[in-house]
Design a protein around this ligand. Structure first.
Ligand SMILES: *Cc1c(COP(=O)(O)O)cnc(C)c1O
Length: 406
């Protein structure tokens, strides 16, 4: 398999040259004593989460590549049986196609560059495109010639209960969506409706409400529709959040589909976070301590962006090779390595009271929206990557945990 890697200003994650590293985070840290952030990928956890979701979801599961496009992550999902990928750019389409000639790629960004549409269609065999305007429909038809397309109309949703509300940017109003379905019908093999409830959605009924809205749009349109895509947004656990189990979301979707009575409509989903969040931790090193403030070697311009303004609390664990701490646990906040005062992470992050300069901290649940958000700001973009087999710091209810390696 050939690999395409994004080429940008950010230094790629480096694999340490050390032979035969241990297969758990603490062992790797003891062996490497890393001074740069170290990304610890858990491919078995990612495979298990992908397989769990596919077994629970009564339709086609595609992975939202933007969440973590690392080739190791994509391979782990493929190993877990995943064959469909939600891509949002020519770069993502190229990456997935270069790794998996047989993958089904869905181009799910409602506003695409013309060149990206052309390349996806002509070079990479993409046939599924999303749209939320007549201008985008025209663009897709012009750039592809219109043969063999499956077209999905993205429906906007009223403000919901997700941590990240995405309702303001994409999606057609119901009346507009009705018109788009009618306009797209004759150009589409499969015609569909999609929505996205927002990321880290903790309310299963949000999917039911969105399905009911989509069903009313479909009925109003008077045209046959073959696909209903319920988007992503499925949540994972964080220290202050135990989400409803996956089954609660699946039950809500199944009940809403039964009530909507849409015969012949197949379901699609586009999860990102839920498949990969548990699949990576980042080990950071403490460079200074001032009371409850820990200055660490990664921050909001690195892989810890979501710990900044979005205020995510990630699970943490002290790693001190050779001497475990027995101190009681107290709250700390983190300060990132760059010179920007905004490079701070409030937490609170609960760690032993004696944490000190030189200690390492494993920060968990960072397989989603972690590595992909790194920048080279302040010249601080060096980071390593290893694969481990121990369990993630937190379990998300409803997902099969990968078996812990001995
Ligand atoms: C980001 C995104 C996803 C994935 O969202 P998660 O919250 O990570 O599951 C799915 N669909 C669309 C359209 C997105 O923009």
């Amino acid at each position: 398999m050939t690999e395409f890697r994004f080429r940008g200003a950010v230094a790629p994650l480096r694999r340490p040259a050390a032979p035969a590293l241990p297969s758990n985070v603490a062992g790797v840290v003891a062996a490497l004593r890393p001074e740069d952030p170290l990304h610890c990928l858990r491919p078995a956890t990612i495979s298990a989460a992908g397989a769990t979701f596919q077994a629970a979801f009564p339709g086609t599961t595609m992975y939202a590549v933007k969440c973590n496009p690392d080739p190791t992550v994509l391979r782990a999902l493929w190993a877990g049986g995943l064959r469909h990928f939600d891509c949002a750019s020519a770069g993502e389409v190229r990456l997935v196609r270069s790794m998996f000639p047989e993958a089904v790629i869905h181009f799910m960004h409602p506003v695409k560059a013309r060149g990206a549409i052309r390349e996806a269609y002509a070079t990479h065999g993409v046939r599924d495109f999303v749209l939320d305007s007549t201008a985008e429909l025209a663009k897709i038809l012009e750039e592809t010639g219109g043969q063999g397309l499956n077209l999905i109309v993205r429906l906007g949703l009223p403000k919901g209960s997700a941590v990240y509300d995405l309702s303001g940017k994409f999606g057609a109003e119901p009346a507009e969506a009705v018109a788009l379905l009618r306009a797209a019908r004759s150009h589409a093999g499969k015609l569909g409706v999609s929505f996205h409830v927002g990321s880290q959605c903790l309310d299963p009924s949000a999917y039911a409400r969105a399905i009911a809205l989509a069903a009313s749009v479909i009925r109003e349109s008077g045209v046959a529709v073959e696909v209903l895509d319920v988007g992503g947004g499925f949540p994972v656990a964080y220290p202050d959040v135990v989400p409803p189990p996956l089954s609660a979301f699946m039950d809500s979707i199944a009940t809403a589909m039964a009530e909507a009575a849409l015969p012949g409509v197949e379901l699609w989903a586009e999860p990102g976070r839920a498949l990969v969040a548990g699949g990576a931790s980042i080990v950071v090193q403490v460079q200074a301590r001032r009371d409850g403030m820990l200055f660490i070697n990664d921050g909001v311009y690195g892989a810890l962006s979501d710990a900044g303004v979005p205020g995510f609390r990630f699970p943490v664990k002290l790693i001190r090779p050779g001497s475990a701490s027995t101190a009681e646990t107290v709250p700390f906040s983190f300060f990132g390595p760059t010179c920007d005062t905004a490079d701070r992470m409030e937490g609170p992050f609960l760690l032993p009271a004696d944490v000190a300069e030189g200690d390492w901290i494993e920060v968990g649940q960072l397989g989603a929206y972690g590595a992909c958000l790194r920048t080279a700001f302040n010249g601080m973009d060096r980071a390593g990557v290893v694969e481990v087999a121990d369990l993630p710091l937190l379990e998300t209810p409803g997902y099969v945990q990968a078996v812990q390696a001995a």
